[in-house]
Design a binder for this molecule. Structure first.
Ligand SMILES: Nc1ncnc2c1ncn2[C@@H]1O[C@H](COP(=O)(O)OP(=O)(O)O)[C@@H](O)[C@H]1O
Ligand SMILES: Cc1ncc(COP(=O)(O)O)c(N)n1
Length: 288
């Protein structure tokens, strides 16, 4: 019997179950790591919009982190929606004092459905304290532009954005993801994530683009898969390539789903065949 490695997600909840903690823990379970979680924010969210956001009080976030690291020290930490700059500083402090762990930062700034999920203070805290202690940073193009203090409509291509961000951070690897916000890649047959480190030429991670309305949670799933593959001992390049391929597979699995009226969730189980067909669920008469 093999004990799974422990991975921690520090993120927000999505009541619609598409993104955030739900996507992270499901991805961890699917990829054979034990998932622990620190909830930094609660969102009222569905496939169409983010309706409300509540940042969890700082002492409650800190208490969750203390509980996990005392009893279940993670080998990899993954961050998603952090909600406040204080939480970014808290995670950065702990990670800086625990150099054996790896840190995957998905700098969540905005939901696919449009709502802002971070304020200017948090953007500054990412750039100043959290990203410099990361192993890998996984922004999409819009997030990279914000972290580089470029205008939202800055035309710098994704490949160059990845290089600029890696140079600014001077440490972590950057995987600039190529989802819908990084278009036009998603409209072609392949989707490209750009992997680079300071001073290195960016390397294209190409994987099949999937035309689907069900892409809510792709960024969370990708960063969580990357964290899980790191926890299994893969290097960053391998983990990033496997995470990208994993996302494509999960998008194929959920392509025909009709969940909600907006951007439906990416599939969170590895094998869609594990979802029972309707006919196998006993009726209430049978179970009575
Ligand atoms: N339609 C798609 N087909 C294939 N891969 C996709 C698609 N949309 C996103 N991805 C992949 O999902 C991962 C997360 O990227 P992205 O969607 O850009 O993140 P975010 O949710 O932060 O915007 C990346 O590996 C990206 O290439
Ligand atoms: C709690 C939470 N975390 C992250 C995201 C980003 O995910 P997406 O880009 O798919 O909307 C989200 N919408 N909600």
């Amino acid at each position: 019997m093999v004990t799974p490695p422990v991975v921690l997600t520090v993120a927000g909840t999505d009541s619609g179950g598409g993104a955030g903690i739900a996507a992270d823990l499901a991805t961890f379970a699917a990829l054979g790591v034990h998932g622990t979680c620190v909830v930094a924010a609660v969102t009222a969210q569905d496939t169409t919009a983010v309706h409300a956001v509540h940042a969890v009080p700082f002492d409650v976030v800190a208490a969750q982190l203390d509980a996990v690291i005392a009893d279940l020290p993670p080998v990899v930490v993954k961050t998603g929606m952090l909600a406040t700059a204080d939480v970014a500083r808290l995670v950065a402090r702990w990670c800086a004092g625990s150099p054996s762990r790896q840190l995957v930062v998905d700098p969540v700034l905005r939901a696919t459905t449009g709502a802002a999920l971070a304020d200017d203070d948090l953007v500054r805290a990412y750039a100043a304290v959290l990203l410099p202690v990361a192993t890998v940073v996984t922004p999409n193009a819009a997030e990279a532009r914000a972290l580089l203090a470029l205008a939202a409509d800055d035309p710098t291509p994704s490949r160059e954005l990845a290089g600029l961000l890696a140079a600014q951070l001077a440490g972590p690897a950057v995987v600039l993801t190529g989802g819908p916000l990084g278009a036009p890649a998603a409209s072609s047959s392949t989707c490209i994530d750009w992997l680079t480190r300071p001073g290195d030429e960016p390397v294209a991670i190409e994987h099949p683009a999937v035309a689907t309305p069900n892409d809510h949670g792709t960024g969370c799933t990708h960063a969580s898969a990357l964290a899980a593959f790191l926890a299994h001992g893969h290097d960053v390049a391998t983990a990033a390539a496997r995470a990208a391929a994993y996302v494509s597979g999960q998008l194929v699995a959920s392509r025909g789903w009709q969940l909600g009226s907006g951007r439906g969730p990416i599939a969170h189980t590895t094998d869609p065949n594990t979802i029972l067909p309707r006919t196998t669920i006993p009726s209430t008469e049978e179970t009575a």
